[in-house]
Design a protein around this ligand. Structure first.
Ligand SMILES: Nc1ncnc2c1ncn2[C@@H]1O[C@H](COP(=O)(O)OP(=O)(O)O)[C@@H](O)[C@H]1O
Ligand SMILES: [Mg+2]
Length: 416
């Protein structure tokens, strides 16, 4: 049997890099996860490179160990970026088909998309990716792939993400230095939102919240379309800092206490009890009440979710999301969904991971910490399912995105 290609999704996160590697099984037409790993990386802060050497070393270590485990080289690498330098816009493009035959071609679709991309972009910023969210022909909406259909007026809705060229190029350098080639770069939230939310949630109006360590990413779907996406430059590591400061213990101990005993809502405080807290020098421990941990965590969580609320208010789509989905490591904090309901005024909020019917994997990777990396491999399956895949140019490879119910174009910023 011919070896199938190994596609990797690399999530550039908060002081760490997380990767999922998967292969496409042609028989079942599913993506199967073969390996996944996360490594700490001091050269990354809030998704942005602060030290190229450190980041390159972490990339080499992470991707090298994945390749050894799979006994195969990574064929295609897709990178998920984040950070406050990213900005997203929804836009609309039109194209008049003036030919006699009126049969819509790929070139017509590209021209409609080019028209949608014609918008002012800040100095030093560039387009990272363009998500095509659906076409309409002669005002009839909901067309995922118009190629071959007839019409006079072709319209398209797109979600465009721009980011700082400097940040993106530094990240590219760090990944390319150990010899890896990048086949596509995405704003991580976009594939994440697409694969975590159900179609029903996207249609009714949904908010996705990716709670990371140093960032919180917010996305809003209305009528099935991603209308808004934004990164807030701080996240759940602030809870760790509070615990570390107020319990006089190291950050590592504070992180362990948070993840093991932390709750953010009183109803989750099952029984009163005590928790051992190692001192800063590690030579002694003192005990504190569990309710004291809640008293530290709750106000910080409320403040974080209030910041999300401000971001939603400023988006112009305040009244649209009906339901919410929280993902990312911070979503594991008990009580977080209750705060989202109370503060954001959503009817229902659930915890989310990549939908299980989209990908086959050991349970260990169906964890919110792996969601973005997994979502990236799913977005990239298109590349892997083509033997002749050349990398970079998604325009040729629209079939998988068609299967996902959309047509997508990634702009290869590295000139692949
Ligand atoms: N069980 C848990 N309870 C509460 N917080 C958690 C838990 N597991 C992880 N976290 C927190 O989630 C954050 C990391 O989120 P993650 O999505 O893994 O990282 P990234 O910021 O790179 O996306 C950290 O603040 C971490 O402490
Ligand atoms: Mg995350």
């Amino acid at each position: 049997m011919a070896k199938t290609s190994l596609i990797a999704g690399l999530d550039v996160g908060s002081g760490k890099l997380t990767c999922i590697a998967a292969s496409h099984d042609a028989e079942t037409n599913t993506l199967q996860v073969r390996s996944g790993r996360s490594v700490p990386c001091k050269g990354i802060r809030g998704g942005m490179v602060s030290d190229i050497q450190e980041t390159s070393a972490a990339v080499r270590h992470l991707l090298g160990s994945i390749e050894r485990e799979c006994n195969q080289e990574i064929s295609n690498l897709f990178v998920g970026v984040r950070g406050a330098h990213l900005e997203s816009f929804s836009n609309h493009g039109t194209y008049n088909i003036s030919r006699l035959d009126k049969e819509i071609t790929q070139a017509d679709m590209n021209l409609a998309i080019e028209n949608a991309k014609a918008m002012p972009i800040k100095n030093d910023n560039e387009i990272i990716n363009v998500l095509t969210q659906g076409f309409s022909i002669d005002k009839q909406r909901g067309i995922t792939n118009p190629e071959g259909m007839e019409g006079s007026l072709l319209e398209v809705d797109v979600h465009i993400t721009t980011g700082s060229s400097t940040h993106i190029n530094n990240l590219a350098k760090a990944i390319q230095r150990p010899g890896y080639k990048i086949d596509g770069t995405f704003y991580g939230l976009v594939p994440l939102a697409d694969t975590v939310l159900t179609q029903e949630e996207k249609d009714i109006g949904a908010l996705i919240l990716d709670l990371g360590g140093e960032t919180m990413s917010v996305g809003i779907y209305i009528d099935g379309i991603l209308k808004f996406s934004r990164d807030i430059p701080y996240g759940c590591d602030l809870i760790t800092s509070d615990l570390s400061r107020l319990l006089h213990t190291s950050r590592q101990n504070a992180k362990e206490i948070k993840e093991k005993y932390g709750v953010s809502f009183p109803t989750f405080l099952d029984e009163e009890g005590e928790i051992p807290v190692p001192s800063l020098d590690g030579r002694s421990t003192h005990n504190i009440k569990k309710s004291y941990v809640l008293d530290i965590i709750q106000p910080r969580v409320e403040e974080l979710i209030e910041e999300v609320g401000k971001c939603v208010n400023a988006s112009g789509y305040k009244d649209f999301p009906v339901v919410g989905v929280v993902t990312g490591g911070g979503s594991l904090m008990p009580g977080i969904t209750d705060h989202c309901v109370n503060i954001l005024g959503l009817k229902e909020v659930r915890r989310g991971i990549v939908q299980r019917d989209l990908i086959t994997s050991d349970d260990e990777f169906f964890d919110p910490q792996y969601s973005t990396a997994m979502a990236l491999t799913l977005y990239a399956l298109d590349g892997a399912s083509y033997e002749e895949y050349g990398g970079g140019n998604y325009e040729k490879h629209s079939s998988f995105f068609g299967k996902l119910g959309k047509w997508m174009k990634g702009v290869d910023i590295f000139g692949g």
